[in-house]
Write a protein that binds this ligand. Structure first.
Ligand SMILES: Cc1cc2nc3c(=O)[nH]c(=O)nc-3n(C[C@H](O)[C@H](O)[C@H](O)COP(=O)(O)OP(=O)(O)OC[C@H]3O[C@@H](n4cnc5c(N)ncnc54)[C@H](O)[C@@H]3O)c2cc1C
Length: 406
C-alpha cells in the first residue's frame, strides 16, 4: 500500500487524457502508475485541432512549448457551403485572436501531442508506465482502491482515475452501464501528402464544408508536409466503431451532392479509416469513493467543436490543481474536480450535438444558418467562442478568461 507521505494514483488508460493526468499529478508530487491495455503507448496517425484553451492546459502541464514547436498555426477557421461552394464564415485566428484568447489556435499531429505527454511521463520519476494491462474492475477499500486487470494482476493505490475512453470499464462499473448514444454519424479520416492536395485548396486554415447530412474538414499538418482530411456523414448505423478500414465508395456515395472541387479530393485517398461516432448523456457524478473518471470516459463528445482532447487536458489541469490545493487529499480533490468540470465539459458535449445538427441542415434551415454566420464580425466571433477558448480547466481567480488572459 502507498505511503501516506506520497499519495499514489493508478490511471486506467494511456491516451491523451490518461497521460496528461499522469504528468499533471506527478508534477504535484503524486506517485502515478498508468495501466494501458495496448502493447505500446501511442495515438492514431491523424491530426487534431487545439484551441487556445488546449494550449492554456498544455502550458500548465509543462508541454506547451514543445507542442508549439510541432504545431501548424492556421490563419483562419473557414466554413464553406458544400452545396453552393460559397463562403459562409471566415474567422481570423491571427494575432488579434491570439491576443484576445491568450494563446493560438493550431493544428498538430496526434502522435506529436501524445508524444509530448509520453516523453514528459517517461522523464518523471513519479510515473510508472505499464503496457498490456487491461483494467477489468475496481474495489474501494478503507484507504484506497484495489484494481484488477485481465491478466489477473492486482494493483493497489490511494485512488484510481478512469481515463479509459468512450467504452470505459471504470464508468461501466460506476454507473451500472449507462448506454452509448449512437448517432449514426460516421467519420472517415485520411492524411494526404501535400503534393496530392489540389493547389487551390492548400489553405492555411481549418476549413469545413457543410452540406445536408455531411461535412468535410481539411487542414495542413506536420510542417505543411501533409493535409488532414475528415469526411463525416449521417447514416442509420446503430453501432459505434473505431479505426476500422473504410470504403472509398461509401464516402463517394454519401458525398454525391458535394461541390466537384471537394469530390475531387475525396477520390484521392486509398486508405481511409472509419469511425462510427457516439457520445453519452451527462451523468451527475464522476466519482465513486476513491475513483474518478476523466476525459472521454467522463464526457465523450462529438468532434464538432474539436474539443474532446482539449477537455481531457483541462480535466487534468483541474485535477492536478485540486490535488495540490487539497494538500494531497485525493477524495477532496475528486470532489472539487467534478464540481468544476461537470458543467463546463457537458456544455461542450451538449453544444457539440447542436453544432453537428447545424452543420448538417438542409432547405430553409441551411439558408438561415448561412445568413446568421455570414453576418458575424471577427469581434463577434471571438466573443461567441470565448466561453470555450478562454478557459483553462480552472475556476475563479485561477481561470484564464479571454480578453484578460496573460
Ligand atoms: C473524428 C474525430 C476528430 C476529433 N478531433 C478532435 C480535435 O480536433 N480536437 C480535440 O480536442 N478533440 C478531437 N477529438 C476528440 C479526441 O480524440 C478525444 O476526446 C480524446 O482523444 C480522448 O482522449 P482520452 O484519453 O480520454 O480517451 P482515448 O483516446 O480513447 O484513450 C483511452 C485509452 O485507454 C485505453 N484503455 C481503454 N480501456 C482500457 C482498460 N480497460 N484498461 C486499460 N486501458 C484501457 C485505450 O487503449 C486508450 O489508450 C476527435 C475525435 C474524433 C472521433
Amino acid at each position: 500500500m502507498a505511503s501516506k507521505a506520497q499519495p499514489s494514483v493508478i490511471i486506467a488508460g494511456g491516451g491523451i487524457g490518461g497521460l496528461s493526468a499522469a504528468l499533471g499529478l506527478a508534477r504535484k508530487g503524486a506517485r502515478v502508475t498508468v495501466l494501458e491495455q495496448a502493447d505500446t503507448f501511442g495515438e492514431i496517425g491523424a491530426g487534431i485541432q487545439i484551441g487556445p484553451n488546449g494550449f492554456h492546459a498544455m502550458d500548465y502541464l509543462g508541454v506547451g512549448q514543445v507542442c508549439r514547436e510541432r504545431a501548424v498555426y492556421i490563419d483562419h477557421l473557414i466554413m464553406m457551403d458544400g452545396l453552393s461552394g460559397e463562403e459562409i464564415l471566415r474567422a481570423p485566428v491571427d494575432e488579434p485572436f491570439r491576443k484576445f484568447m491568450g494563446n493560438p489556435y493550431a493544428v498538430i499531429h496526434r502522435a506529436d501531442l501524445h508524444g509530448a505527454f509520453l516523453d514528459g511521463c517517461r522523464a518523471d520519476p513519479n510515473v510508472t508506465l505499464v503496457n498490456r494491462e487491461r483494467v477489468i474492475s475496481y474495489e474501494n477499500t478503507a484507504d484506497g482502491v484495489r484494481v484488477v486487470t485481465a491478466a489477473g494482476t492486482v494493483y493497489e493505490a490511494n485512488a484510481l482515475v478512469g481515463a479509459d475512453g468512450i467504452r470505459s470499464m471504470i464508468r461501466e462499473q460506476m454507473t451500472g452501464g449507462d448506454p452509448l448514444r449512437v448517432s449514426g454519424h460516421v467519420a472517415y479520416r485520411a492524411v494526404l501528402p501535400i503534393e496530392q492536395m489540389p493547389e487551390d485548396l492548400r489553405w492555411n486554415a481549418a476549413a469545413i464544408w457543410v452540406g445536408p447530412k455531411t461535412h468535410f474538414v481539411h487542414y495542413p499538418l506536420q510542417g505543411w508536409k501533409t493535409f488532414n482530411l475528415v469526411a463525416t456523414f449521417v447514416t442509420d448505423l446503430d453501432n459505434v466503431g473505431s479505426n476500422e478500414p473504410g470504403k472509398r465508395e461509401e464516402v463517394l456515395e454519401k458525398f454525391g451532392h458535394i461541390v466537384p472541387r471537394i469530390r475531387r479530393i475525396l477520390e484521392i485517398p486509398k486508405d481511409w479509416r472509419r469511425w462510427v461516432l457516439g457520445d453519452r448523456d451527462p451523468i451527475a457524478s464522476w466519482v465513486d469513493g476513491n475513483v474518478a473518471l476523466l476525459g472521454d470516459a467522463a464526457h465523450p463528445t462529438y468532434q464538432y467543436f474539436a474539443q474532446g482532447a482539449c477537455m481531457a487536458m483541462e480535466d487534468s489541469v483541474c485535477l492536478s490543481d485540486a490535488f495540490e490545493t487539497s494538500g494531497g487529499d485525493l477524495k477532496a480533490a475528486f470532489k472539487a474536480y467534478e464540481t468544476i468540470r461537470i458543467p463546463r465539459a457537458y456544455r461542450v458535449v451538449l453544444s457539440s450535438r447542436e453544432l453537428g445538427r447545424i452543420f448538417h441542415v438542409d432547405g430553409v434551415e441551411r439558408l438561415v444558418r448561412n445568413a446568421w454566420l455570414k453576418d458575424k464580425t471577427p469581434e463577434e466571433f471571438n466573443h461567441s467562442v470565448r466561453w470555450i477558448y478562454g478557459g483553462n480547466g480552472l475556476s475563479g481567480a485561477k481561470a484564464k478568461t479571454a480578453g484578460r488572459a496573460a
